[in-house]
Design a protein around this ligand. Structure first.
Ligand SMILES: Cc1cc2nc3c(=O)[nH]c(=O)nc-3n(C[C@H](O)[C@H](O)[C@H](O)COP(=O)(O)OP(=O)(O)OC[C@H]3O[C@@H](n4cnc5c(N)ncnc54)[C@H](O)[C@@H]3O)c2cc1C
Length: 528
């Protein structure tokens, strides 16, 4: 179909103010929205994982995807917030004699800015934060040199898939790259794969690489992510014991999986539980060994933890809780675990999912790392002039107070990368969103927005033990975080997340009142 043609898309009378409507126009799906006195049309799918935007939420002109909370400006399709990286296609609209017509457009490309900036910006780490920062620099019009250094043999890819669809075998390797090579060439982002940085001199802003070469940058962004931990257990380095952080780790794990055999997963972390789910899908026998009595209890509370455990057990995962592995045994290869409760657990492979630590060894002696992480201010700036940090390694203080903390989540790393890029260019800061993360296990997506390391009251809408629900985490009467599970439409979660960002609370009584509609929290057009 010619994109220049006007095509009839809907009856004007069918478009109710503020309602998101998806229609087919030729072979394209289009989102139509009447708001602020006109009708808008844009792509119906989020560029990240193709989430259905019609099931999302609209606040003012901010359109939020229900899948992973990417945000766009409805008027021009501009990306406002990751995990999507690209903009939405917007379509021209006209109304004639009660019929809505659209002329289809294409998603705008990020273009290489014109200009003669002769500076060099170096980004250490080609993960979520580094990749988002590189793109943002170009979006913001920076025309100088960008070098994206990564120790991995490949460019930025979708790390969260490694424990999910890539591990089940449903996502082929070609789906993983965040961008193709042509994208980086066109935007002149120099992708330096296989480049491990071994030290940094903050005064001269000079990096040294493993091959002894050096590189100086006007600005440097540190975004080196995390390293998977191995517990100090005899035998943990035997062949057959795996960690899962990189694509190479995932490939090694998949290659080492016994056909139809058994895998012991050490740790009931997000990664451990997701991997357990994926390994079951591959038909393997899976046992999870962890010291806690209820998985995920610390983050979500006991009821949600028990629910996730029950979902896993329904799919055949077996738990060995309240115990740890004290050794891995085998004749030259992992064969069984000895547990602290005295039992033995046979396993053809062991997946270690006991947590991570920030990857900051190369900063030894630079004065930038403190207690194994990199302190940053609200603009992602480190203590050294011109040097910034983002993602898993960044340690920051929240405006709302509390001890400094790091966040180990994909979307947050991308957001921090974007904030850092703007700060590197001296641009004004953008508003910060409430932290958001998701985990997917056994076909259930559990999402969380906000931050409540402790709470004194947990209230629910729906039953956490079965079906879909929202959970509100309160300190006193103040809502600090919201979790949701199994909701087709996550509009309620989105609205409550936006309320958290705006510093508004919802009383526990209102939260759990079935008559309360979080749509009431919405703000009028013009918010974006
Ligand atoms: C298997 C898996 C599943 C996950 N699933 C989810 C999920 O569902 N939801 C969610 O919110 N989060 C998830 N996460 C967490 C999320 O991926 C991380 O929080 C995020 O990737 C952090 O981004 P980052 O840019 O800080 O680091 P990374 O994405 O880890 O990127 C850092 C990069 O820097 C490179 N590097 C490190 N040291 C050096 C050096 N010295 N020189 C050069 N390069 C270096 C690394 O090799 C890596 O390529 C998952 C993580 C894993 C491992």
């Amino acid at each position: 179909m010619e994109s220049g043609e006007w095509r009839q898309a809907a009856e004007e009378a069918d478009l109710v103010e503020g309602r998101l409507v998806e229609v087919a126009v030729g072979d394209r799906q289009v989102l139509l929205v009447r708001t602020g006195g006109r009708i808008h049309a844009c792509a119906a799918e989020c560029p990240h994982y193709k989430g259905h935007l019609a099931r999302g939420s609209l606040s003012g002109y901010t359109l939020t995807c229900p899948s992973h909370n990417a945000r766009f400006d409805l008027r021009d399709g501009r990306l406002l917030s990751p995990p999507a990286l690209g903009d939405l296609a917007v379509h021209e609209v006209k109304v004639e004699r009660g019929k809505v017509w659209v002329r289809l457009g294409e998603a705008p490309r990020i273009e290489m800015p014109a200009g003669t900036d002769d500076r060099a910006f170096l980004i250490v780490g080609g993960g979520a934060a580094g990749a988002a920062a590189a793109e943002t620099l170009r979006r913001e019009g920076y025309s100088g040199r960008i070098v994206l250094l990564t120790q991995e043999p490949v460019g930025p890819y979708d790390r969260p898939s490694l424990s999910k669809d890539y591990l089940t075998g449903e996502a082929p390797a070609k789906w993983l790259p965040l961008r193709g090579e042509k994208f980086y060439d066109r935007l002149r982002i120099e992708l330096a794969t296989g480049s491990r940085v071994t030290s940094l001199d903050p005064r001269s802003r000079t990096l040294t690489l493993a091959d002894g070469s050096t590189m100086r940058g006007e600005r440097i962004l540190l975004a080196t992510g995390s390293v998977a931990l191995r517990p100090p257990v005899p035998g943990i380095d035997l062949p057959g014991c795996f960690t899962l952080r990189s694509l190479a780790d995932a490939d090694a794990l998949i290659a080492g999986l016994p056909a139809g055999g058994s895998v012991a997963v050490l740790g009931a972390s997000f990664l451990g539980l997701e991997a357990a789910s994926s390994l079951r899908k591959r038909g393997l026998e899976v046992r999870v060994v962890a010291p806690e009595e209820v998985p995920l209890e610390k983050v979500f509370g006991a009821r949600i933890g028990r629910r996730m455990k029950a979902e896993a057990e329904k799919e055949g995962v077996r738990f060995h809780l309240g115990t740890t592995a004290i050794s891995v045994q085998g004749n030259g290869r992992a064969r069984y675990l000895v547990l602290s409760d005295g039992s033995h657990l046979e396993a053809d492979a062991v997946l270690i999912g006991v947590g991570v630590r920030p990857a900051v060894e190369y900063l030894a002696g630079s004065g930038l790392a403190e207690a194994g992480a990199v302190p940053v201010n609200a603009r992602q700036a480190t203590a050294a002039e011109g040097i910034f940090a983002a993602g898993d390694i960044a340690l920051f203080k929240e405006a709302s107070g509390g001890p400094p903390r790091r966040i180990e989540h994909w979307t947050e790393a991308e957001r921090q990368g974007r904030h850092a890029a703007r700060a590197m260019l001296g641009r004004s800061p953008l508003p910060r969103e409430a932290p958001f993360f998701w985990t997917r296990q056994h076909g259930k997506s559990l999402k969380y927005v906000g931050h409540a390391p402790v709470w004194d009251r947990l209230v629910f809408r729906g039953n956490p033990l079965e079906g879909s629900f929202l959970a509100g985490y309160y300190v006193g009467n103040v809502l600090r975080a919201v979790a949701s599970l199994g909701k087709d439409r996550d509009q309620d979660l989105i609205r409550l997340g936006e309320a958290l960002e705006a510093g508004r609370s919802v009383s526990p009584e209102r939260f759990s009142d079935p008559d309360f509609d979080p749509l009431e929290l919405s703000t009028g057009p013009g918010r974006a």
